[in-house]
Design a binder for this molecule. Structure first.
Ligand code: R2B
Ligand code: URA
Length: 308
């Protein structure tokens, strides 16, 4: 929440509103944010979303509804027993607003995450939200750390071990750096220090494009490498400082950075991949562990709101 300038801030307007680099946007009479079922003609976006300070994203609709209820509780805001899904009409994603917090789901993997992420970035732009911070609350497989631990990502490493997000654009392979906001990752680590029941690590995360072979698993329907090959790869990731594997970090880091938005990623680990591939922990325990990153992000947001 501190206000030191860094690379991302310098891309925003002086009042903290987003200054998106796509000049085509200003030439459009109306912008339809198709996957949100929200547009700039029929919705008063500054009135609806202008006060948003935190956009918290995560894979499942259920988790993001739970986070909306959790954050209302810890910020002492009125609890809505049935939070309204503001993007229900899209029949795609779920998005809840609680005071200054927008809680949005993105499902699994980079394409579904970047689709909603880019529309929410435009939403914040049209709403003239000031200095919105984006945080992904996720799940992951750990590398050499106890399951249930949280990893606060410092940067994303691709499946080919590059610190970048790769996307073909107009037939050409393009890459963008996948660093997260350093100060935000430090602030999240500080927020984590009050929680003693689980460990928190600040480390690199690998963003895979697949759950099975893309993460070196032996238990998918298809596998064309040996256990030794798998271990060599996972040990290499570990030696590079990677502590978890998930499926969105590179794109989340790259897109937010290019848009001038401060962003962080906090993921719980469900399995130690150096020990095995399957997630065998009982559902009730997984549901408890999923709350670990929520506790950290909740404490961070609460502190920011109190210090404002
Ligand atoms: C972690 O968990 C999901 C796959 O199970 C994926 O969205 C991710 O990044
Ligand atoms: N999510 C992943 O992407 N990988 C895991 O191993 C667990 C959750």
């Amino acid at each position: 929440c501190s206000s030191l300038l860094n690379g991302r801030e310098s891309k925003r307007n002086a009042d903290g509103t987003l200054n998106l680099p796509n000049k085509n946007l200003s030439k459009m009479d109306v912008d339809f944010l198709y996957h949100l079922s929200i547009d700039t003609a029929n919705f008063d976006l500054p009135a609806m979303f202008g006060d948003v300070k935190f956009v918290v994203m995560g894979g499942t609709k259920h988790r993001m509804r739970e986070f909306a209820c959790y954050i209302a509780n810890i910020l002492g805001l009125p609890q809505d027993p049935k939070p309204v899904n503001l993007t229900k009409a899209s029949q795609r994603y779920a998005m809840y607003k609680v005071g200054p917090v927008l809680s949005v789901n993105h499902f699994i993997g980079i394409p579904s995450m970047t689709t909603v992420l880019q529309e929410v970035i435009k939403l914040m732009y049209y709403a003239k939200a000031k200095d919105p911070i984006f945080i992904r609350l996720g799940t992951s497989g750990g590398l050499g750390i106890p399951p249930g631990s949280v990893v606060i990502s410092t940067f994303g490493l691709s499946g080919t071990l590059e610190k970048s997000f790769e996307l073909p654009v107009l037939g050409v392979k393009r890459t963008w750096p996948s660093y997260l906001d350093k100060r935000l990752s430090e602030e999240l680590v500080t927020a984590a220090s009050e929680f003693k029941k689980f460990k928190t690590y600040a480390a690199a995360s690998m963003g895979a494009d697949d759950f099975y072979r893309g993460q070196g698993r032996l238990d998918g329907p298809l596998c064309d490498y040996s256990e030794a090959d798998k271990m060599e790869y996972l040990n290499k990731l570990t030696s590079l400082g990677v502590r978890n594997i998930e499926m969105e970090v590179t794109a989340f880091a790259a897109i937010t950075s290019e848009a001038g938005v401060r962003a962080g990623v906090a993921c719980v680990t469900f399995v130690d991949r150096l020990e095995g591939d399957q997630v065998t922990i009982p559902k009730a325990v997984l549901n408890e562990w999923q709350k670990h990153p929520m506790f950290i992000v909740g404490a961070f947001i609460k502190k920011c709101v109190e210090n404002r």
